[in-house]
Write a protein that binds this ligand. Structure first.
Ligand SMILES: [Zn+2]
Length: 881
């Protein structure tokens, strides 16, 4: 799964329980359900009612009762049972009474008396369920299309099961280790398309303009991958290596799926070769949903995307969108192996799915589109994970998940980004060929079953002949990461380098000290390289010349490097000649060392001021992020004006070279950097940029805004909107049928700096149906941070908390207060957030609140330490004359 990580991302809970290396069968994996009864096969028949707000279902489940039990316990949420019957293999029928536990989302089915004896049974449940509007379980997606020039409202039905929502569509053993096969059928209007994991095996016309679609039997799979989509759709067809490929879109949009289709063919063929096990199903469909959560879900054979991240309009030609589509497609298709074919036994090993899919996506983009700089994108993402992993509320990659109500909490940047970074580091250390051989063995041996991390280490150890468990344990079972301290002295002409490690934290000086096995790649001024496996004891390395020596060359390591002052100055002088990835790494490390209080901000700002002719997109994207972090620490309006003036001065240099108009033969990165700079300059109040953005917006009918910079232009227009441009943005939101464009307009409306307009938009979000409920809630809680109207956003949230909770999904409530509080940099707000969460929600919500509180406290600490210095620096460099 990929979700836009738009929320406050902070971390919690060093739950340092030793990870269990148990055999991954349902008998021993964690989970809530008893393991005495296991499902083997489900036959599901789903009949949506007219109006689509509910459905009727029949589930016939073949089960094995392993020992006599008083009752059968399985998951069910928001389902009502009409009947539940058990049929023995001898044909005897037993009626079962059902009782429900709404909090645990279970149903207990018991015979009137006695026990259910061990043996094989067929369990039949007739039931009904709800079709909600949140993208969880079986849900309805409302969207608009233009038909004969008129806007028409449409509804599509869709599923999103991961992690724990399959139980809203059918009674299920809804935990990943309970694999089973599925026969799925559905009754729908004859004119509609119906898509599930497997191809349709039969379509039977029924009375009343209906049809019944029966899909082929699935392979053995976990419940969270079950999929069903129903609606008016167009289909683009193709094929690769004997697999039928289909992309379903809303009517009239299939041309925009051609880029994704071409990418899919390339990616599937590459993965068939890489994994040494071919894609397992006869078909691979992908759906471009006109809405739903912003991201994608890897349902086996029926991957679902929000069309905003999957469709690409060649007439617009946005390179940014091509990169996004390619990356997310590679991620989801990688899951067809990592996750679907071989599944983590429990959510504590989710990183086996997400870390690998993220790593594979980067690897695939690097291989087929080296000009896109996917490794640099990945280094930026790694930095997000390290920012989360360096805080007090971090957790190991393999993290205990006590129960499935908390499963969603592990979908964070540590699982995705640290997972990816660690795999990259491990592959670099073992070598590409050996690593791939280990992966192939793992896929072959565990196809159609479940694993833990220990299984992967075993296969990599066999392939490499090395003790992977010992090397890897520190990275996957311990929280956090190290800083490598590099000191250099000269022995005649030779450099003597001493390396030593300690745990790096941003705001947790009392954290337990830990050590790692760190593959450190070093290079000297002539780029002679050495790799050292640094353990707990310091290591000494010698180089032939005594110039600058760099560590973590290539930026593939998941650790920080702190140089002695002299070496840092030497490296600083050679920076311009190095690869951009090296400059990015030095900036990232220096900024993090500043946040941690190990260096002062002047060190970092000196590097920024020295960037001179820097042209690299990723370097500037990092600087823009760092300036935004610092900007959030400034309260007073005059101070903010001074800081903004400095930011404008820094960012105008690269923008002067790039300009507003695409130049012949410019690099793709230049086009994308243009957008990032326009947005950042707009935020800092650059009058010329604001004026130009407005003019382009006003003139968009005569000359469309170039698609790569359009999100930035809209954000600047939104930030400085007056009544008229606010109405124009609202008009776009209501009339645009392209979801990607709509998401850009939503973002623009979150920037509204005018308090009157911000208030008006918040009220519209709350009281109207402008956006789907979950989208409305996400926009509500993010407006304060995006617009800078933090206090206004927070007060509005508190004043309307019960209405916002009513609009949110039960799980979505957990993010409302943290989202609104995240932009604060005042420790008292952290306390307020915790107290309010305790008052308003149950204990399972506290984790997200604690994470955000930790983030706020970190900012407060940096603010107390560095704000004076940052402002002095900014003022000294922008003072007139
Ligand atoms: Zn994923």
């Amino acid at each position: 799964m990929t979700e836009a990580l738009g929320r406050a991302l902070v971390f919690v809970a060093a739950l340092l329980a030793a990870s269990a290396h148990a055999e991954p069968s349902p008998v021993t994996t964690p989970g809530k359900l008893p393991k005495d009864v296991v499902p083997r096969h489900y036959a599901l028949r789903i009949v949506p009612a007219a109006g689509y707000d509910r459905f009727e279902g029949r589930a016939i489940i073949d089960i094995e009762v392993r020992k006599p039990v008083p009752a059968i316990v399985l998951n069910a949420a928001d389902l009502s049972f009409a009947s539940a019957r058990l049929r023995t293999s001898a044909g005897e029928e037993i009626d079962l009474g059902a009782s429900f536990d709404a909090k645990r989302e279970t149903a207990t089915l018991a015979p009137a008396s006695g026990l259910v004896a061990a043996g094989d049974y067929r369990l039949q449940i007739d039931y009904a369920g709800r079709i909600g509007r949140h993208p969880q379980g079986f849900y309805q997606l409302r969207y608009k299309l233009r038909e004969q020039g008129r806007l028409v409202e449409k509804i599509m039905l869709a599923t999103k099961m991961e992690p724990v929502h399959a139980r809203k569509l059918f009674p299920a053993w809804d935990e990943p280790a309970f694999r089973a096969t599925f026969d799925i059928s559905t009754v729908v209007d004859a004119s509609l398309a119906a898509v599930s994991n497997m191809p349709a095996a039969a379509t039977t016309p029924l009375a009343g303009g209906k049809k019944e679609v029966t899909f082929s039997r699935s392979v053995s799979m976990p419940t969270y991958l079950v999929a069903l989509f129903i609606g008016e759709m167009d289909k683009l067809e193709d094929g690769v290596d004997g697999v039928q490929l289909g992309i379903y879109t809303a009517k009239g949009k299939s041309e925009q799926a051609r880029f994704a289709m071409a990418a899919t063919k390339q990616i599937v063929r590459y993965f068939n070769g890489y994994f040494g096990v071919r894609y397992a199903l006869p078909k691979l469909d992908q759906l471009a949903l006109p809405g739903g959560s912003v991201g994608a879900m890897e349902n086996w054979g029926a991957i679902a995307y929000n069309e905003g991240v999957f469709l690409y309009d060649p007439a617009e030609g946005s390179l940014r969108q091509r990169q996004r589509v390619y990356g997310i497609t590679a991620h989801e298709i990688a899951h067809q192996w990592f996750g679907n074919l071989v599944t983590m036994a429990w959510w504590d090993n989710l990183w086996l799915n997400e870390g690998f899919a993220s790593w594979m996506a980067t690897r695939t983009a690097e291989r087929f589109h080296p000009e896109w700089g996917a490794a640099k994108r990945s280094a930026l993402f790694k930095d997000v994970a390290m920012a989360e992993d360096g805080r007090r509320m971090t957790h190991p990659i393999q993290t205990p998940v006590a129960d499935d109500a908390r499963a969603m909490d592990v979908f964070d940047s540590i699982t995705y980004g640290k997972g990816e970074a660690f795999i990259r580091m491990l592959e670099g250390y073992l070598g590409e060929r050996v690593f791939r051989e280990g992966i192939r063995r793992y896929m072959r041996e565990h196809a159609f079953s479940n694993t833990t991390t220990a299984d992967l280490w075993r296969h990599l150890a066999q392939a490499s002949g090395r003790d992977i468990q010992t090397l890897a344990a520190g990275w996957t079972e311990q929280p956090g990461y190290p800083v490598v301290k590099l000191t250099q002295r000269c022995d005649g002409d030779r450099a003597v380098i001493t390396l030593a490690q300690e745990r790096f934290t941003l705001n947790d000086p009392a954290a337990p000290s830990l050590a790692w096995n760190i593959p450190v790649i070093l290079a000297d001024a002539r780029d002679a390289r050495r790799t050292v496996l640094l353990g707990p004891a310091p290591a000494e390395v010698r180089f032939g010349s005594c110039g600058p020596v760099r560590a973590n060359v290539g930026n593939a390591g998941y650790f920080r490097v702190q140089y002695d002052d002299r070496n840092l100055q030497r490296i600083g002088r050679t920076l311009a000649q190095l690869d951009a990835l090296e400059r990015l790494r030095l900036l990232q490390d220096t900024f993090a060392l500043m946040q941690a209080g190990r260096l002062d901000s002047a060190r970092y700002l000196a590097l920024v001021d020295g960037l001179g002719n820097e042209a690299d997109r990723s370097v500037w994207e990092h600087v823009i992020g760092a300036l935004r972090f610092l900007r959030e620490l400034v309260d007073a309006p005059e101070a903010l004006a001074d800081f903004d003036r400095y930011s404008v001065q820094v960012l105008r240099k690269p923008f002067a070279r790039i300009g507003w108009e695409a130049r012949p033969k410019e690099s793709g990165d230049a086009a994308i950097l243009r957008g990032a700079l326009i947005e950042a300059l707009g935020r800092s109040g650059d009058a010329a940029v604001i004026r130009e953005a407005r003019e382009r917006f006003l003139g968009r009918d005569a000359k469309p805004i170039e698609a790569t910079i359009r999100p930035a232009v809209l954000n600047v227009v939104g930030r400085y909107a007056d009544d008229k441009s606010f109405e124009a943005l609202l008009g776009l939101l209501r009339n645009v049928t392209q979801i990607g464009y709509k998401l850009e307009v939503q973002s623009a409306l979150r920037q509204l700096a005018d308090p009157k307009l911000a208030q008006r938009w918040l009220e519209l979000l709350l009281t109207t149906d402008e956006l789907a409920p979950d989208e409305a809630v996400a926009n509500l809680s993010r407006l304060g941070g995006d617009s800078g109207q933090i206090e206004l956003g927070w007060r509005f949230t508190l004043a309307h908390l019960s209405e916002i909770y009513a609009k949110a999904s039960p799980r979505g409530r957990v993010y409302v207060l943290p989202g609104a509080a995240a932009p604060f940099a005042d420790a008292a707000r952290a306390e307020e957030l915790i107290a309010l969460t305790k008052t308003n929600l149950d204990a399972s919500a506290l984790y997200q609140a604690e994470k955000t509180a930790d983030w706020i406290r970190l900012k407060a600490a940096v603010k107390a330490r560095e704000m004076r210095r940052v402002l002095d620096w900014a003022r000294a460099r922008t003072a007139p004359g």
